[in-house]
Design a protein around this ligand. Structure first.
Ligand SMILES: *[C@@H]1O[C@H](CO)[C@@H](O)[C@H](O)[C@H]1NC(C)=O
Ligand SMILES: *[C@@H]1O[C@H](CO)[C@@H](O)[C@H](O)[C@H]1NC(C)=O
Ligand SMILES: *[C@@H]1O[C@H](CO)[C@@H](O)[C@H](O)[C@H]1NC(C)=O
Ligand SMILES: *[C@@H]1O[C@H](CO)[C@@H](O)[C@H](O)[C@H]1NC(C)=O
Ligand SMILES: [Cu+2]
Length: 662
């Protein structure tokens, strides 16, 4: 084992990496052994040196090639017949193998042939119609979004990700803790080296919990281009506390919502799609038959259905979800059961999830499922629909009326009985009531803030637990060249050249990492100059940790923490920059309110930090490793609103072979 000990650690480190390169030691790359399905190696486009790239574009380091047509991916598809799709039973866990090919593709591409003028061509398996705008996408097994994976709790998941893209990639399993396998978390240069074009990477992990998760690329804008899919982990009926609330839990009722851009224009949000479908309501595009453009959810009168909504959002575009003439019994968020709340709808910011039960108790016809965009999406009046189609209703007809009409009508009409929405990003607690307690008791007639949701599980620590509090801030800075930098603790994250987890015994943290205090010690003034470095926040392992995250901007930021599920014990708006600057002092004065110790605070992995406000998150740091902590709006995390939590000391971390990229 090599432990740097001299003063010139970084030189020593470099020496070693160079040496490893020269020796061509490729210790950590996962070589594929005995694939269960057939992989046609010769179909990798990079093996064919003679290929021509018809088109390639560069956007912020992004490199896309339009060469998918040369790739034979016809063997890869969905997992409808996968043996792991089953009724979950106690103690009957399985090993579940999947292949995910990520590749360039096109909406309304050549596969669609005579679509939209021939409806059969539109419906053909290889055609991705989307919203009818021809644009490059990145697909998984020829699908956008990628195929849903359905599992039972405690299953072992083995996924080979085959990178057919023209650029490197990784896959993140959003919501899975990876407690025994931190190297499977899929964050490039944090928990693994990127999977290069033509490489296969085998992810192998335990589905350590149940709920609505999802998988998505953690590389650049790839999930915005479409590399994402549902990952549904179910549990046995006997151990599922919500099981008695519904009759069916169908994968067809899991909706992956996504805000999309066209071509390579990453600045502009252009539409919102539901399971990759919908119309472009603003365009005058010809469409001979719009009846087939919306996702359709079929239900039978008299039954209750568990539905899941997962938001693969890449822009600052919170969405409001509701269903015409139906109430939603909300039972889970981010895969964590909550005390059911009967609501008219809910809001989602990027990466959040809500599960609800829909009772098919209305007149048997077609109803609009409505997704309405706010912020950047509201500027463009973006919204989308899907169809809730009762058995007995005309199977291919659309609901009467426009998608948002009925909602507006109801809002105007019903002054006595205002609708209830959960998790509203505009929600401000401060001036509503004296205390959070009062707030919770108060209001069937009010919006329900995230922090007032109640978990079905009590908090996993005794009352009066002393938490180690870490204060963190979200900031925006303009660089001298005019570029906007999104930051955490006034630091823009710079990706390291190595992978932190794999190589952690090759470097000395102090020379390699930075954080607010280490920069202050070097007399750097990050409130005035641009601080850009490998931002790592150290937290001790196996301790009760509290994070106070303060947002200096007007807009809400959805913050996601890898490796843990946290409890949200505070979330509020202060509304004043001055107050935010003195956050520790305010906290000492008791001005940051926390839920009572015994309150079953809601568990989440992604939370909205309100504009000019804060959240307070608690968790036990029982998962040593390098866990990324970032805003889930793509442009923000790409521009630096990301930090790494180094949880535990080196000796507490899993030892992994270092691979050195040369
Ligand atoms: C390379 O491309 C040219 C022109 O398309 C073709 O004639 C030739 O056969 C190709 N060679 C190989 C090895 O594929
Ligand atoms: C999964 O494993 C945990 C811990 O061993 C156990 O408590 C739980 O019952 C298991 N679940 C199933 C479905 O077997
Ligand atoms: C910040 O960095 C310094 C120097 O590397 C380190 O001693 C300190 O523990 C770090 N603090 C946090 C909170 O990560
Ligand atoms: C709360 O009310 C006070 C006084 O009425 C006002 O100054 C403050 O801006 C309000 N805060 C928020 C977040 O609306
Ligand atoms: Cu953000």
């Amino acid at each position: 084992m090599f432990t740097p000990s001299t003063k010139s650690k970084s030189q020593r480190w470099l020496l070693w990496t160079t040496l490893l390169c020269l020796l061509q030691l490729d210790l950590g790359s996962a070589k594929l052994t005995e694939p269960e399905g057939k992989i046609e190696w010769f179909t990798f486009p990079w093996m064919n040196k003679n290929k021509t790239n018809k088109e390639s574009s560069h956007y912020g380091g992004l490199h896309l090639k339009d060469d998918y047509a040369q790739v034979d991916i016809s063997n890869f598809g969905g997992f409808e017949r996968h043996p792991c799709r089953r009724v979950c039973q106690q103690g009957q866990s399985q090993s579940c193998y999947y292949q995910l090919v990520v590749h360039n593709y096109r909406r309304l591409g050549p596969e669609c042939q005579r679509c939209p003028y021939d409806e059969r061509a539109c419906a053909s398996e290889n055609c991705i119609y989307g919203d009818g705008v021809s644009t490059p996408v990145m697909a998984v097994n020829r699908m956008v979004p990628g195929p849903a994976i359905e599992l039972c709790e405690n299953d072992t998941v083995v996924v080979d990700v085959l990178n057919y893209l023209g650029e490197s990639s990784t896959m993140h399993w959003h919501g899975i803790h990876m407690s025994r396998t931190p190297e499977m978390d899929g964050v490039p240069h944090v928990t693994q080296y990127p999977v290069e074009p033509g490489e296969v990477f085998r992810y192998e992990f335990l589905a350590d919990r149940s709920g609505s998760m999802w998988y998505h690329s953690h590389m650049g804008w790839q999930r915005g281009f479409g590399i994402a899919g549902n990952l549904i982990v179910r549990q046995p009926h006997q151990t599922n506390p919500q099981a008695r609330l519904y009759d069916y839990d169908l994968v067809e009722h899991a909706l992956l919502v996504q805000d999309i851009f066209y071509d390579y224009d990453l600045q502009q949000v252009r539409n919102i799609l539901i399971n990759g479908k919908g119309r472009n309501h603003l365009s005058q595009l010809p469409d001979p038959d719009s009846r087939h453009r919306y996702e359709r959810l079929r239900v039978t009168p008299g039954y209750r259905y568990r539905m899941r909504v997962i938001y693969n959002g890449v822009f600052n575009c919170p969405v409001e979800f509701s269903i015409e003439q139906h109430k939603l019994l909300i039972i889970s968020t981010d895969g964590n059961d909550i005390e059911p709340v009967l609501a008219d709808g809910f809001f989602l910011t990027s990466a959040e999830r809500f599960d609800f039960v829909l009772e098919a108790n209305q007149y048997a016809k077609n109803y609009w499922i409505r997704v309405r965009g706010y912020e950047r999406c509201e500027e463009r009046s973006l919204y989308q629909g899907a169809v809730l189609s009762y058995r007995g209703a005309a199977r291919s007809e659309l609901p009467q009326g426009n998608i948002l009409d009925s909602q507006r009508a109801r809002e105007l009409d019903d002054n006595d009985n205002p609708p209830i929405f959960v998790n509203d990003f505009r929600y401000k607690i401060s001036n509503d009531s004296e205390s959070l307690n009062a707030l919770r008791q108060a209001s069937p007639d009010k919006d329900v803030g995230t922090v007032s949701l109640r978990s079905l599980d009590p908090v996993p620590w005794p009352s009066y637990t002393k938490f180690l509090t870490h204060y963190s801030s979200l900031n925006l800075r303009q660089a001298p060249n005019g570029e906007l930098l999104f930051q955490i603790d006034e630091i823009s994250f710079m990706p390291p050249g190595i992978s932190l987890l794999q190589a952690h015994y090759l470097y000395q943290d102090d020379g390699y990492f930075c954080n607010r205090s280490s920069l202050a010690a070097k007399k750097r003034q990050c409130d005035r100059e641009v601080c850009e470095c490998v931002h790592v926040i150290r937290l001790p392992a196996y301790r009760p940790i509290e994070m106070v995250v303060v947002n200096h901007m007007d807009a809400t930021h959805p913050i996601h923490m890898h490796g843990f599920t946290f409890r949200v014990v505070g979330q509020d708006v202060l509304g004043n920059q001055q107050d935010l600057k003195n956050i520790r002092q305010l906290d000492r004065q008791g001005r940051l309110r926390r839920l009572p110790d015994k309150y079953p605070a809601v568990a989440k992995d992604t939370v909205q930090v309100p504009g000019l406000g804060y959240v307070i998150l608690r968790f036990i740091s029982d998962n040593p490793g390098f866990w990324s902590y970032h805003c889930h709006i793509e442009s923000h995390s790409v521009q630096g609103m990301l930090a790494v939590l180094k949880v535990g000391e080196d000796y507490q971390m899993k030892r992994l072979p270092a691979r050195v990229n040369c």
